[in-house]
Design a protein around this ligand. Structure first.
Ligand code: GLN
Length: 276
């Protein structure tokens, strides 16, 4: 299944983070080492999102900057222009993903993470079991216009619409992810839901069925499906069924296993608050 990563810290080039590490996301696109759930390569497109803008200038959700992105529906290794672009862009907040499309889902640029709004960038590694029928009741909580304008007809784009609705209600990144995981697991318990959300100031991630690792680099945080350098002992695995919350200087991991998932059902009232 897909591989994804997020970074928060002093500015780095996209190339240094995504292309030049020993086990970079580029390498994970053709030689991943810990795929679960059947796929072998991540060749169905990729995306890189990064925050730009004045950190003092609040974007949507009151967070700094604005997410920009570059996505393609081709394997990362086949994009001959990516190295020059990636060497030219620096940011202190980056989220990138390579995609292995779930069988039956379209291979198209708009299905590639990151999905973005304001400063928020989102990615999903996994699958909603029984898609789409199993989670149809959740769709009823979303306005028709949101469903008619999903980024793509995929489970990941639907998850993003749910996460975005929680963010629009003012919830934190971590609360948005646990709310969506709780709602989806209640209806489709066989799902794999490694969600990754960057809001410019925080990284939040869940592990439900797939690998995730974190490197706390004293002033920077990197979260990745697989360690970017297998010889770097600072990479730590995140246990399955966890919620990870991180700023640039601190991170914490909470078990989702024995805790009642914080289910925040979507509040239809946000329709009246001028979001659409
Ligand atoms: N189901 C999602 C998609 O098809 C994510 C797939 C994955 O994690 N490989 O885009």
């Amino acid at each position: 299944m897909c591989r994804h990563l997020a970074y928060l810290g002093p500015p780095v080039t996209l190339a240094d983070l995504v292309l030049h590490q020993p086990h970079s996301l580029l390498r994970q696109s053709f030689a991943p080492t810990d795929m679960r759930g059947g796929a072998t390569v991540n060749a169905d497109g990729f995306g890189i999102g990064w925050l730009v803008g004045d950190p003092g200038d609040p974007g949507d959700f009151g967070r700094p900057g604005l997410a920009r992105r570059y996505r393609r529906d081709v394997p990362m290794w086949s994009d001959a222009s990516l190295p020059d672009l990636a060497a030219s862009v620096s940011s202190g907040a980056i989220l990138a993903a390579v995609r292995s499309a779930t069988a039956g889902m379209p291979v198209t640029e708009s299905a590639c993470a990151p999905f973005v709004e304001g400063a928020a960038m989102f990615s999903h590694n996994g699958v909603i079991d029984g898609w789409p029928d199993s989670v149809a009741p959740l769709a009823e909580a979303l306005p028709a216009a949101v469903l008619m304008t999903l980024d793509a007809p995929t489970d990941s784009a639907f998850l993003w619409a749910l996460v975005r609705a929680h963010l629009r209600q003012g919830r934190s990144a971590a609360s948005a992810l646990t709310g969506v995981v709780g709602d989806v697991m209640a209806l489709a318990p066989g799902s794999r839901l490694n969600l990754l959300l960057h809001d410019g100031l925080h990284i939040a991630a869940t592990t439900v069925g797939h690998a995730l690792w974190i490197r706390d680099g004293e002033g920077s945080i990197t979260v990745s499906s697989e360690p970017l350098d297998p010889d770097d002992k600072d990479w730590q695995p995140v246990p399955d069924l966890s919620l990870l919350e991180a700023t640039a200087t601190h991170h914490s991991i909470h078990s989702l296993e024995n805790r009642h998932l914080d289910i925040h059902h979507l509040d239809i009232q946000y329709l009246d608050q001028g979001w659409l």
